[in-house]
Design a protein around this ligand. Sequence first.
Ligand code: DOR
Ligand code: ZN
Length: 353
Amino acid sequence: MPSVIDSLTLIRPDDWHLHLRDGAVLQAVVGDTARQFGRAIIMPNLKPPVVNAELAGAYRGRIMAALAVAGVEPGAFTPLMTLYLTDNTSAAEITRAVESGFVHGVKLYPAGATTNSDAGVTDLFGRCGPALEAMQKHGLPLLVHGEVTDPAIDLFDREAVFIDKVMIPLRRAFPALKVVFEHLTTKNGVDYVTDAEGPVGATITAHHLLYNRNAIFQGGIRPHWYCLPVLKRETHRLALVEAATSGNTRFFLGTDSAPHPRGLKEQACGCAGCYTALHAMELYATAFDSVGRLDALEGFASRHGPAFYGLPLNQGTITLERSAYDIPQELPLGDSTVVPLAAGESLPWRLKA
Ligand code: DOR
Ligand code: ZN
């Protein structure tokens, strides 16, 4: 009989999809990520968005300053910056980003797909062509929010339709372009990424591994389980768990931790986004443990992402212990608070200090 694992030491993991925000919110959340992860891909959907290397450099400076204030040792955590692709992103801007050395990807938000995506792309194959060509040439990954925005398409089908309408034509037009299908939520997405030819990867969040769409409606409407792409039905969750724990190097960790002030979630039209930076590795360990695949966590969390991005593995390790972790009801967030995912519940794993 296999013995129960009570402690798990991993190469220090990375978060390949993270929202840190700015100002007081950045200051409040950055320590949570730095405690667990060595690096994170920082999403550029600020207001206004991070559309060029100069803005990315300034944002990086604010993150470094916030890390210092949070007491994170210099060098312990590295933010990997991204640009926000717009219809006006030029090939020259891509070259500048590559030359900066600190920009590691370009994010595609179809205009209107999610939080702060109004400046996103409306003409991917036309106006973005030169930028995509330059990214392909330089090996700079395109990070894709994979949902169509057509209001006539059912919300739960928008990822599947995106594969046919955008992903397949995109990969055909730019076959050597590195593409990350961000926050995968469906079996359709898993099958696409598994079978696609060329340099394709995907991030998977902890919440999409742990919950299906029932979580949003359990006992009433629960805004803290609402994110985009929205949680899907159980068959899709099972496919995501299977992919994440399979050892397939195309799948890697991306929390999509997206802090919003409590009041903006708990209102008539609540924002999308789950705050998981606080307890990310505890959540992932719980998901992997649920199918007896803790052995696959290091690949998913610490090895596959660096391999895709062409970066070295982190130095150092983290250790998780089988010990109850009680998730707080809320945390300070500037002049408000943020409610972490599964607030008030208990997880069977905890990160060792
Ligand atoms: O739930 C989400 N929140 N999905 C996104 O794509 C954006 C994010 C945010 O920035 O709040
Ligand atoms: Zn995101």
